[in-house]
Ligand binder design. Sequence first.
Ligand code: PRP
Length: 204
Amino acid sequence: MITIALPKGRIAEETLMIFRKIFKTPFLFEDRKLVMSEGGFKFLMVRNQDIPVYIVNGAADIGVVGLDVLEEHKPDVLRLLDLKIGKCRVCVGIKESDNLDYSAPELRVATKMPNISRNYFSTKATALKIIKLYGSIELAPIVGLSNAIVDVVETGTTMKQNGLKVAETIMHSSAHLIANKNSFIIKKDEILSLYDKIKKEIED
Ligand code: PRP
């Protein structure tokens, strides 16, 4: 049995679609349930940011997670495959009327991705203050909590609706298949067999 951690929401649904096509099995979560066992797999419904925690600790053998989360937390996992779903960008956002001013005495950046942000701005000649938030990042510049945000942009609607614009793109992201290092040794054949099927399915 392989345990697979999926991030709640659209990526989970798109990943399950891939499994449905491969195994011709419904793979449906019952309402509000967080675990589903079917077809020799156990699926876990996990918060996006928590996926690496389940994999690193061996509570799941493999998982699906955004490259942005991998780059932010640098978990000790194997990166197996880019699933090419859940495509988005990590961007610097500012108010529509503003310019990103690196000559200002201090840049205050609100984000749930402090490591990516710090790393990015370290190459710019500016004093940086990171304001760590857990959600609704787009609110920060509106109320003067920050001058800028670093956040995930998919369609761009959230920024636009809140009077913000993309100033710079830091990285592109998509959902990746990752594995626990021990699981990959102990369950190598099972995981590789699944890897081959998924790879074939997404390339078709
Ligand atoms: C992300 C991100 C933005 C929004 C961007 O949040 O933080 O708010 O999506 O999408 P858009 O460009 O299509 O408008 P998400 O809904 O993933 O919630 P989270 O804060 O829990 O990660």
